[in-house]
Ligand binder design. Structure first.
Ligand code: ZN
Length: 410
């Protein structure tokens, strides 16, 4: 009897009775167990006690945390019950989540590792495929998500789609500006996705949103305007600055093409090399890039003007609100008559979207937080490569950025 209690302890088995321990064909340690009487005959989904149905498919094994260097399993019968709500369902077991081939402790540890370690480290340490890690993340995140209400008390949120790599679809995410936490994510980038979020939030809480930051996409602004009319839309500074960077790049390409057409190969090569100097924020430039920039200032006035336009626009977001508003007006005047088509066009767009841009400035919406979350999600998306579904990526993101990650089983 004593040794059975030791085995239960070793595998972290609670509310269960150990029946036997043996070494399997592959040298693995197998602990045969059954749920204690309180845990018997419960529906695997809702855990309601239900009448027995049949013996199911016989004995099953759940992989447990390794014992030293040895694989360990819990083995038990997996009878079925007939639940009033869920029909015929395999019984719940106290040591594992429904539908899993792993114990709860094992899954918690894998989820923790997936959040904190590299992909190869996780797969090598726990000896399971990366795909399987994705499935575990889904189960752990789903359970944790049912236990906390991430949408409680939301006032200021940001909605964003994570940009795509070719052939990859990243999710739409909702971030709380006050806590910097990811609170919702789903696959898709359309009106229905935003509506699904608003449905989850519920009518009452939609009315309590004060501020929603997003890019200029109509599929976000549309449903927000209809269902949260009191919420002020703020245009995410990150996206506005991105537009200016795009406009600058258009000018650079024009100038470069011109130089090539006119056979000025040296100039063309120089312009091509100047790409990063133009893109980077001036405070991060290396000495060489700074030299490159002053070359451009001397040799190419149009491109340099475009560069200044981009930099001044970025400056808007670094000033106190009042001077920022004034600078925005001055910037618009300059851009409208700068004779660079891409910036004239941008000035038009910004004039149209002025309300949202000003709202972001007056509310001092820090884009640093949203950007930080975006960067992290992109990193997670890169790591999640090899997961079988977008849901697994979302689960890993929620575990990492919504504080849903379980603590280590010990
Ligand atoms: Zn049930």
């Amino acid at each position: 009897m004593r040794s059975k209690r030791v085995w239960a302890r070793l595998l972290g088995l609670k509310r269960a009775v150990v029946e036997d321990v043996f070494v399997g064909d592959q040298g693995e340690v197998v602990v045969a167990a059954r749920p204690n009487w309180r845990e018997r005959d419960r529906c695997g989904i809702c855990r309601r006690r239900s009448p027995g149905f049949d013996l199911g498919e016989g004995r099953r094994r759940w992989r447990a945390l390794d014992l030293g260097t040895t694989f360990a399993y819990v083995e038990a019968e997996a009878p079925r019950v007939r639940c009033r709500r869920h029909g015929v369902v395999v019984c719940a077991v106290p040591w594992a989540r429904h539908g899993s081939r792993f114990t709860r402790a094992f899954e918690d540890q894998v989820a923790w590792l997936a959040v904190n370690c590299s992909k190869t480290a996780v797969a090598a340490l726990v000896r399971i495929a990366w795909r399987t890690v994705g499935g575990i993340c889904e189960r752990v995140a789903a359970e944790a998500g049912r236990e906390v209400d991430l949408l409680a008390g939301l006032r200021r949120i940001g909605i964003d789609e994570i940009s795509h790599r070719k052939g990859q679809r990243y999710p739409t995410v909702v971030v709380c500006h006050d806590t910097g936490r990811l609170v919702w994510a789903a696959a898709g980038r359309d009106r229905a996705t935003v509506e699904a979020f608003l449905d989850a939030l519920g009518e009452e809480r939609c009315k309590r949103l004060e501020l929603v930051s997003c890019d200029m996409a109509a599929w976000i602004a549309g449903p927000i305007g209809e269902r949260c009319p009191q919420a002020e839309l703020c245009l995410d500074p990150f996206h506005v600055v991105q537009l200016a960077t795009d406009a600058l790049d258009e000018v650079r390409r024009e100038v470069w093409n011109e130089a090539r057409r006119q056979g000025q190969t040296a100039l063309a090569a120089e312009l091509k090399g100047a790409r990063f100097a133009l893109w980077k924020n001036p405070e991060h430039l290396t000495a060489r890039q700074r030299a490159k920039l002053s070359d451009i200032e001397r040799t190419n006035r149009r491109l340099y003007r475009a560069y200044l336009l981009k930099e001044q626009q970025r400056q808007i977001y670094r000033l106190p609100a009042k001077s920022a508003v004034a600078l925005l007006e001055r910037w618009l005047q300059w851009a409208r008559r700068c004779r660079l088509p891409s910036f004239v066009k941008l000035a038009k767009t910004i004039t149209q979207q002025r309300a949202g841009i000003l709202a972001a400035i007056t509310h001092g919406l820090s884009n640093a937080r949203v950007e930080a979350i975006n960067t992290q999600i992109r990193l997670i998306a890169r790591r999640a490569f090899g997961f079988h579904s977008a849901n697994a990526l979302i689960a890993l993101a929620m575990l990492s950025l919504a504080d849903l990650c379980p603590s280590l089983p010990h």
